[in-house]
Design a protein around this ligand. Sequence first.
Ligand SMILES: Nc1ncnc2c1ncn2[C@@H]1O[C@H](COP(=O)(O)OP(=O)(O)O)[C@@H](O)[C@H]1O
Ligand SMILES: [Mg+2]
Length: 359
Amino acid sequence: MQKKRIAVIFGGKSSEHEVSRVSASYVISMIPEDKYEIVKIGITKKGRWFLFEGDTSLIADGSWENDPGNRTAFVSPAPSVSGIIVVNKDGSTEKLKLDVVFPVLHGKNGEDGTVQGLLQLSEIPYVGCGVLASSACMDKIVTNIMFEHAGIDQAKFTWIYSYDYEKDPEACISMIESQIPYPIFVKPANAGSSVGISKAHSREELVKAIEVASAEDNRLLFEECIVGKEVECAVLGNRDTFVSVPGEIAPAAEFYDYDAKYNNSASQLFIPARISEELTEKLRDTAAKAYRALNCEGLSRVDFFVTDDGRILLNEINTLPGFTSISMYPKLMASSGIPGSELIEKLIDLAFERADNNV
Ligand SMILES: Nc1ncnc2c1ncn2[C@@H]1O[C@H](COP(=O)(O)OP(=O)(O)O)[C@@H](O)[C@H]1O
Ligand SMILES: [Mg+2]
């Protein structure tokens, strides 16, 4: 059987560029080389695309960027190419057909429907959510509105445009305070990895938090602070979904901020989460419901809060969750009977399945 050619895209113009490199190294290590020829495409932080033919070990720390063999390469939107155009050093170009793409990109310009849109145009099957689910899940305001419509419980929320705040800060502050009690979580609609998120305990802190969040986006979300466990489910599938056992994160910091996520190993994981069987079942059902409500396909990690009095509140859906050897998504799947290499193969199969169903 001829090998299929899979491209793994990593890096990206995103605040989660570094995490993506580590995720991609893991994903590449799990792709069976007897079945697939792997093409590695790196995107720098500035947004330059390269075909990287060096050793996979150079991806995680970013040193791949210094490889003298790197050639500019980009996915063509033309279905007639259905692959990448590689620019040689002498300026000539080559086409390289791809059978499937795994965009291992987190955050903006990769997890948000942009790259998915390009792959859609190119008619190359790709792993993970499509354009709509990717962009809807990246935007915390849109996600909350969709959850509300689907009747899924979540923290009380409201939102504003940052330029309305600049025009009339007083009015915005009173509107927010009239709806949400302190402490208030302030989040840019589009960010990821806790960038720009703060917890405001007073009006003074709220003003600061708005400034911080405004640096990331011009739409800002305000949420009631939920006291409870952070519990996550890994979901896999297109029309039929498989939901993993739930896992719990006990953050070392006051909340699960960027530092706690990636720099501080003191955050603890519990798999399965320390919740009752009844809550576990309810949580898994809600995860599947939220996944469907947002039109997710392929994979997503669905994140909840579980309060001590047994309420389940949805926090967010990550359509391309962290995929490193210590990440929750692969760990939850492994604990549910789907180890890394099998998981990657299933994800690739789901990409083909969706492409077949969409014609
Ligand atoms: N409404 C909330 N109540 C309590 N904690 C929250 C709330 N929203 C966010 N957090 C904390 O902040 C972290 C990051 O927020 P989240 O919305 O998940 O953004 P990100 O997309 O950056 O992961 C969460 O993991 C949690 O620890
Ligand atoms: Mg989160």
